[in-house]
Design a protein around this ligand. Structure first.
Ligand code: DX5
Ligand code: ZN
Length: 218
C-alpha cells in the first residue's frame, strides 16, 4: 500500500487556541479545516477570514472541506488563500467541472465530496478532473459520530475506479476514523484519513497520529 495521509480535523480542536492546536499536529500530513455554513449542514464553524489566518501560521498544509451551499461562488477564494486542497460537495455544486478547473488554475488540489447516501458511479467520469475524492463516512455536520460501515462498498468501488484510471486521485474518508475503523477503510482502498475526535480528543495528538498510521497499515 502507498503511504497513507493522516489529516486531523481541527473541528475537535480548541477554537480559542488554534495556533497552538495546529502546532500539536505538526507531524500530520495536513490540517483538515471544516467550513460549515448552517445551510448545507446544520452547523456553523468558520470561514475565509479565519482560514486565511490559519494559512499564515500553520506548520502543515491546509485541507479545506467546504460543507457549504453554492461552492461555485465561494470555493475559489480558498484556493487563492493558498489552501493545499479545496474540497466541495457534489450535492451542492452547480458546475463541478468548471469549479475543479478553477480551483486547479488557482493552484489548489481540487477535491469532490460525497455524502454517505450519494452514489459514486455518476461521478466516476470526473476522476480526471479532480485530485481527491472524499467519501463521507458519517453524515457531515458534526464530529464524534460513529463510522458508517455501509459506506465501505462505495470506498471499494471508488478505489477500483481510481486504480483503473492510473491511481492519480487521492481517496479520502472523513468521519468516525479511529484506531479500530481506519484499517477497514484502508483495506477498502482509502489513503487519506481525516480524524477529529480520535486525535484532538486525546492528551497527545502526535501519539494519536502515529497510532493511526500504524493501525492503517496493520
Ligand atoms: C464532519 C466533518 C469531519 C469531522 C470528523 O462533518 O467533516 O471532518 O471533524 O470528526 P470525527 O473524526 O470526530 O468523526
Ligand atoms: Zn471534514
Amino acid at each position: 500500500m502507498s503511504r497513507c495521509c493522516i489529516n486531523p480535523s481541527i473541528l475537535s480542536a480548541d477554537f480559542a487556541n488554534l495556533e497552538s492546536e495546529l502546532a500539536r499536529i505538526a507531524t500530520a500530513d495536513a490540517a483538515h479545516v471544516d467550513v460549515m455554513d448552517q445551510h448545507f449542514v446544520p452547523n456553523l464553524t468558520l470561514g475565509l477570514p479565519v482560514v486565511e489566518r490559519l494559512k499564515a501560521i500553520s506548520p502543515v498544509p491546509l485541507d479545506v472541506h467546504l460543507m457549504i451551499e453554492d461552492p461555485d461562488r465561494w470555493a475559489p477564494a480558498y484556493a487563492e488563500a493558498g489552501c493545499d486542497s479545496v474540497t466541495f460537495h457534489a450535492e451542492a455544486a452547480a458546475a463541478p467541472v468548471r469549479l475543479t478547473r478553477e480551483l486547479r488554475a488557482k493552484g489548489a488540489r481540487a477535491g469532490l465530496g460525497l455524502r454517505p447516501a450519494t452514489a459514486v458511479d455518476p461521478y466516476l467520469d470526473l476522476l480526471p478532473e479532480i485530485d481527491m475524492l472524499l467519501i463521507m463516512t458519517v453524515e457531515p455536520g458534526f464530529g464524534g459520530q460513529s463510522f458508517l460501515e455501509v459506506t465501505l462498498p462505495k470506498i471499494r468501488r471508488a478505489a477500483q475506479a481510481i486504480r483503473a484510471g492510473g491511481g492519480q486521485v487521492a481517496l479520502q474518508v472523513d468521519g468516525g476514523i479511529t484506531e479500530e475503523t481506519i484499517l477497514r477503510a484502508a483495506e477498502a482502498g482509502a489513503d487519506v484519513f481525516v480524524a477529529g475526535s480520535s486525535v484532538y480528543g486525546t492528551d497527545d495528538p502526535a501519539a494519536a497520529i502515529d497510532a493511526l498510521r500504524v493501525a492503517a497499515s496493520n
